[in-house]
Design a binder for this molecule. Sequence first.
Ligand SMILES: *[C@@H]1O[C@H](CO)[C@@H](O)[C@H](O)[C@H]1NC(C)=O
Ligand SMILES: *[C@@H]1O[C@H](CO)[C@@H](O)[C@H](O)[C@H]1NC(C)=O
Ligand SMILES: *[C@@H]1O[C@H](CO)[C@@H](O)[C@H](O)[C@H]1NC(C)=O
Length: 217
Amino acid sequence: MVQLSTSVCLVGGLLGLFLLVPVMASTPASMCTPLRTLNVSLSQRRRYMKHNFPINYTIRIHQKEIFKLSNISRMKLQVKDLDELVLQRLWFQVNQGVLKKIIRVLPERHPSRPYTAELENRLRDAEGVFVHAHPAEVLQQELPETIQDIWDSLTEEPDRVPESVWRFASPKSLLDNFCHTMFCLFSDCFASTELQQDYCGVSHWRKDRKKALQLES
Ligand SMILES: *[C@@H]1O[C@H](CO)[C@@H](O)[C@H](O)[C@H]1NC(C)=O
Ligand SMILES: *[C@@H]1O[C@H](CO)[C@@H](O)[C@H](O)[C@H]1NC(C)=O
Ligand SMILES: *[C@@H]1O[C@H](CO)[C@@H](O)[C@H](O)[C@H]1NC(C)=O
């Protein structure tokens, strides 16, 4: 009896280990180089997405292209056992759309145009590595319904998108979301050796914003 339960425990423990491995390896190490490169570009966003634009300038985007830390925490609450990989796929999809919309409002010779094109390339590079780092069947996995709905509405033909889903947002705020959600969803690549950073915590960035506002004024 005792022996049986011990072996059950052992098998259970081993199974647990196997189940844990893919969860822990949610960000393959190969992703870190392109993502850190992307971060270096994104760290210039104030200059290119704020200073180069008229004050309070906004662009029209799809409502679902507002993808912030609060959306991530809400989705994790809404969808049971939500795989980080699903959120990462959504992150690529959303931010490709955002960059495309920013590029569209920039005239050929606008100083932010090469910058935005560079971000597009770097995001594409990171996605290439992402796709290679995961087996195709994992990436083709059916999405949870809530996420699939978001996906469908993002990939809808623009002329079939109802008027009510459009929103206005500043390019800078969109890139802030882009950057903060990257740190959260790929935190393995941005782990700090200093005190444990919680990149997914909204309060972490509120503090940051306050600091930035103080610097600006
Ligand atoms: C992102 O890049 C900037 C500029 O190189 C760097 O200062 C910052 O620490 C990086 N962020 C993270 C979380 O690694
Ligand atoms: C920009 O927006 C802020 C906050 O809504 C407002 O206080 C400010 O007057 C606006 N500036 C201009 C130039 O429209
Ligand atoms: C994120 O939340 C905002 C509301 O705060 C919502 O308008 C937006 O559609 C959400 N984004 C996604 C991707 O669900």
